[in-house]
Design a protein around this ligand. Structure first.
Ligand code: SDX
Length: 385
């Protein structure tokens, strides 16, 4: 038996840990063949129709839908923790305007740990306070960076506005249209949680060291930023502009296939059919177009979805959550490089649910590796190299 085959017999290495369970979890469920997504057993379509983002976060984090009183208390706490410390704003003033808002967000999330350094991971009151702070302040940070990089003062949160309406207000200083605010709130629900995706895995690994929740969220934000994960929503809009017209779609797809180039907003490790969130997002985009006018790239997107299904459907490659979200956000007047920070605002709910679940039965993550290097190698003096 060779060393390589001996190793293979002992461990079955799965690149990207495909199909390897990393935890036991009761937070969400995905059936990638049937296109089913449930949060705590409730289908995503039902939540999108009937719930709100904060109620959904409560469900994800505490495992049950809140009573009316519980929800009101939760919303109330979050409303009154939306402001951020002036020192965080001062820190943000030093960030380059050209920097990506995801980098700004990661730095700000980590900085929260400087202000709330007490750590009592077995105290439910501590957990609740961290949940409230992170859900309340992350949107304010995203909006503040947006204003400051344009040379304006950040807009203070408004206590009379709901979570999503307040975020949209802080971006523009205008009260959003009720349909826009509701659509945005649904988008947050759709992005709140998705089993063991890369950023959630990152959050759980970080949580397993018993560090503070701000470090957990900061590490997850960094992981979400990449174009293979949350960063794809911004890339989709660049791609649609590059394609430009419906006629260019087919040659674009053929070129990508020939050159083994990934088409942004398509494919998924788990879904082998259209992502159910993409279906809801497409419907939301159409609702917005009816009221506020059609996006010039929507026809390109629809044609792209059709051609990708035709050419790559046999491999199970269909539109994912990132494909239509940008068209929705753009119609809401949101700049492209805030799409991924918005994904992060939403996913804080899921990351915190996983943080809490990890703490309840923690063991530090410490997998193994298959060493492929040499042994007993000589140290060669620098002048002989
Ligand atoms: C998110 O995990 C989650 O749950 C994530 C997420 C969440 O809510 O947290 O759903 C959010 O991250 C959505 C994904 C956003 N990313 C993109 O849209 C980027 C484009 N898509 C991919 O690069 C890719 O599909 C991934 C990263 C999403 C999945 O990667 P995998 O599972 O490692 O698949 P792979 O790259 O190994 O591809 C398998 C095959 C390959 O073909 P073969 O070599 O086997 O012939 O499918 C092909 C790939 O070339 N393929 C694609 C493709 N995605 C996969 N071909 C063209 N375009 C694509 N987009």
């Amino acid at each position: 038996m060779t060393v390589a085959s001996e190793i293979k017999a002992t461990f079955e290495f799965k690149p990207g840990l495909e199909g390897v369970p990393a935890t036991m979890s009761s937070i969400s469920f995905v059936d990638g063949q049937k296109g089913i997504l449930e949060y705590r057993g409730i289908p995503i379509q039902e939540l999108a129709e009937k719930s709100t983002f904060l109620e959904t976060c409560y469900l994800l984090i505490w495992g049950e839908l809140p009573t009316k009183q519980e929800l009101e208390a939760f919303e109330h706490e979050i409303r009154y923790h939306r402001r951020i410390k002036y020192r965080i704003r001062d820190m943000m003033k030093c960030f380059p305007e050209s920097g990506h808002p995801m980098d700004a967000l990661q730095a700000c999330a980590a900085a929260l740990g400087l202000f709330y350094s007490r750590r009592a991971l077995d105290d439910p009151a501590y957990i609740r306070a961290a949940v409230v702070r992170l859900l309340a302040k992350i949107p304010t940070m995203v909006a503040a960076f947006q204003m400051m990089r344009k040379g304006n003062d950040p807009i203070q949160p408004r206590d009379d506005l709901d979570y999503s309406a307040n975020f949209l207000y802080m971006l523009t200083e205008q009260e959003p249209d009720p349909l826009a605010a509701r659509v945005f709130d649904i988008c947050l629900m759709l992005h709140a949680e998705h089993t063991m995706n890369a950023s959630t895995f990152s959050a759980r690994v970080t949580a397993s060291t018993l560090t503070d929740p701000y470090a957990v969220v900061a590490s997850a934000v960094g992981t979400l930023a990449g174009p293979l994960h949350g960063g794809a929503n911004e890339e989709v809009m660049t791609m649609l502009a590059e394609i430009g017209t419906v006629e260019n779609v087919r040659p674009y797809v053929e070129h990508c296939i020939q050159n083994k180039k990934k088409i942004m907003g398509f494919g998924h490790r788990v879904y082998k059919v259209k992502d159910p969130r993409a279906t809801i997002l497409q419907n939301l985009a159409e609702k917005l177009f009816e009221k506020f006018g059609r996006d010039k790239y929507y026809d390109v997107a629809v044609e792209l979805e059709k051609v990708v299904a035709e050419k790559l459907g046999h491999k199970g490659i269909y539109a994912n959550v990132d494909f239509y979200s940008g068209l929705v956000y753009r119609k809401l007047g949101i700049p492209d490089d805030l799409f991924t920070p918005i994904f992060a605002i939403a996913r804080v709910g899921g990351w915190l649910a996983h943080w809490k679940e990890q703490l309840a039965e923690n063991r530090i993550y410490r997998p193994t590796q298959i060493y492929t290097g040499s042994h007993q190698a000589p140290y060669v003096p620098i002048e002989e190299r």
